[in-house]
Design a binder for this molecule. Structure first.
Ligand SMILES: Cc1cc2nc3c(=O)[nH]c(=O)nc-3n(C[C@H](O)[C@H](O)[C@H](O)COP(=O)(O)OP(=O)(O)OC[C@H]3O[C@@H](n4cnc5c(N)ncnc54)[C@H](O)[C@@H]3O)c2cc1C
Length: 500
């Protein structure tokens, strides 16, 4: 039987950074991935002359060489920074709202505040307060948790203690009366999966802080370039990777991890397993519920799955400007309602007037698509459940109907789009489910309700000795958090091996 120190299941962000971190330490690591390419969500696919980015809209936490963010530092530690060409996006986001409303925000605090004040007269004081509060929250959060203050207290961190559990909508209602402004300031909820009624203000504050202070970035070659660089680094450090080779089972011996069995029935011995698959799949599928600790199953029952997504990938035979696209990141809002209506809309099959996030990478990087062309990635969040109920014989019809209604919305924001489409592909929650293997195609792991937020997450180590998790399911979701999660999971194993 082949034997390794660690088997990593899944080559998504978390699996890749875990693998590199462990291999750099000199451990014998086997990486198993069901798909035939690395990356999980961090990947691309080709249609015609376009290579479509699957998931990345804005990379957070990068920063510049002079003001490096945590992700830049991590990529450096992993030995891949010099292999990557990071492209700074020059805008935070554009909002295209109802009745011809438009606002463009730059990733600079003063400029954001000035642009909002100009657009929303009478709300100036609230705008200043909102960003003061977001920044104070972020600084206190970083001091308390990132820099691990030994004695955090309400007196030391009053904003953190007061706002950590407050729904975003309460803060917005306290500060503003203008519904357009509240909708603009809550736009990033689309990156977090919960509307402002349910989302903790903490997440909104942190996203504004990281994207303004460390700037939003993209990558030359898309997120696939990052996944490829991490895989190359892993291989040059002596790691072994197998693609189109899923793990079928995690083997236990006397309650401890003993190895894995692959989909082809091969048994592999290992003292440690890092799972980049969801804990739902890991405990109920790979381990089998009979081996899952009762406390873990109970804890998972209390959580709910995040939405999945409906995505249109569109390749156009023209430059973005010809379509009136001037922002890399565009939020299309058909209304200013930030109530639970958004939650209900995500539970429906049809698109309706749902919020859209539309990226056009060619605005920041004219070479992203072939010269004279551009690509759009238009996403709306949708729960997987209604899609699972669509009879197989009707699936394509439903998919094309939703795609068509999304095109109508896009065409009204970017007139003439339809006439320039050269390639188009749609992904539904079932597509995400198929490629990531996550229950209901959930793209943000478990829902990030306040009770499931960063303060209450179960952690990367399983109660089963030898098993650790590296994904957005046991921490926050998104590129930066999952890349960090993999490295952190690997460090817990390294500490254990080193007896620390
Ligand atoms: C459409 C979309 C848009 C997004 N936009 C953004 C964005 O703009 N910014 C941002 O920060 N985040 C964004 N995200 C979220 C981000 O992409 C994810 O949070 C992150 O990539 C998840 O990484 P992960 O490590 O959890 O692994 P995943 O990407 O979920 O990958 C898990 C991997 O494990 C493999 N696997 C599962 N089971 C097995 C098994 N049994 N054996 C072997 N392999 C297995 C899968 O095949 C997969 O490759 C987006 C996601 C989607 C889908």
């Amino acid at each position: 039987m082949e034997s390794y120190d660690v088997v990593v299941i899944g080559a998504g962000n978390g699996g890749l950074t875990a693998s590199v971190t462990l291999a750099q330490k000199g451990l014998q690591v086997l990486l198993l991935e069901r798909h035939n390419v690395p990356g999980g969500c961090a990947t691309s696919f080709c249609r015609g002359r376009f290579e479509f980015e699957v998931a990345l809209h804005q990379l957070s936490g990068v920063g510049t060489a002079e003001n490096p963010g945590p992700l830049r530092m991590l990529l450096d530690q992993l030995g891949v920074l010099k292999e990557l060409e990071l492209v700074e996006m020059k805008d935070l986001f554009h909002v295209i709202g109802p009745g011809g409303f438009r606002v463009a925000l730059k990733p600079d605090r003063e400029q954001v505040v000035a642009a909002l004040k100009e657009k929303f007269s009478g709300q100036e004081e609230g705008i200043e307060l909102f960003f003061d509060l977001s920044y104070q929250y972020a600084y206190q959060m970083l001091s308390a948790f990132y820099f691990k203050d030994p004695e955090p207290s309400r007196e030391k961190f009053p904003v953190l203690y007061r706002y950590a559990y407050k729904p975003a909508i309460e803060v917005l209602d306290e500060l503003f009366s203008d519904p357009h402004l509240k909708a603009v300031l809550s736009s990033y909820w689309g990156f977090l999966g919960l509307p402002p009624t349910r989302l903790s203000f903490a997440y909104l504050a942190m996203l504004f802080f990281v994207y303004i202070e460390y700037k939003p970035f993209h990558l030359k070659g898309g997120s696939q370039a990052l996944s490829n660089a991490l895989l190359d680094r892993f291989l040059t450090q002596g790691g072994t990777a197998r693609f189109s080779c899923g793990a079928e089972r995690i083997r236990l011996s006397n309650g401890n991890v003993a190895g894995v069995v692959t989909e082809t029935g091969e048994e592999i011995a290992a003292r440690y397993v890092v799972s980049n698959a969801s804990p739902v799949t890991t405990y109920t599928g790979l381990l089998g519920p009979e081996n899952a600790p009762e406390s873990v199953l109970r804890e998972m029952h209390g959580r709910s799955l995040s939405p999945s997504a409906f995505v249109l990938y569109i390749g156009c035979d023209c430059e973005p400007r010809e379509l009136g696209i001037t922002g890399s990141m565009n939020f299309l809002a058909a209304h200013t309602d930030i109530s639970d209506k958004n939650l209900l809309d995500m539970q429906r099959l049809e698109l309706g007037d749902q919020f859209l996030a539309v990226s056009c990478y060619d605005v920041a990087d004219p070479d992203f698509s072939p010269r004279g062309t551009c690509q759009l990635n238009a996403v709306t969040l949708k729960y997987g459940e209604p899609w699972l109920r669509v009879p197989p014989g009707e699936y394509h019809q439903v998919k094309f109907r939703v795609a068509e209604s999304m095109l109508v919305r896009l065409e009204s924001a970017f007139p003439g789009l339809r006439g320039h489409i050269e390639e188009i592909e749609a992904a539904t929650p079932l597509t995400h489910m198929r490629y990531q293997g996550h229950p209901n195609g959930a793209v943000y792991g478990f829902e990030q309700y306040t009770k499931d937020s960063m303060f209450f997450q179960p952690g990367r180590k399983s109660p089963i000795p030898g098993l650790a998790f590296a994904s957005g399911w046991t921490g926050d979701c998104g590129f930066q958090p999952t890349l960090e999660a993999g490295a952190a999971a690997a460090r817990t194993i390294i500490r254990e091996i080193d007896g620390k």
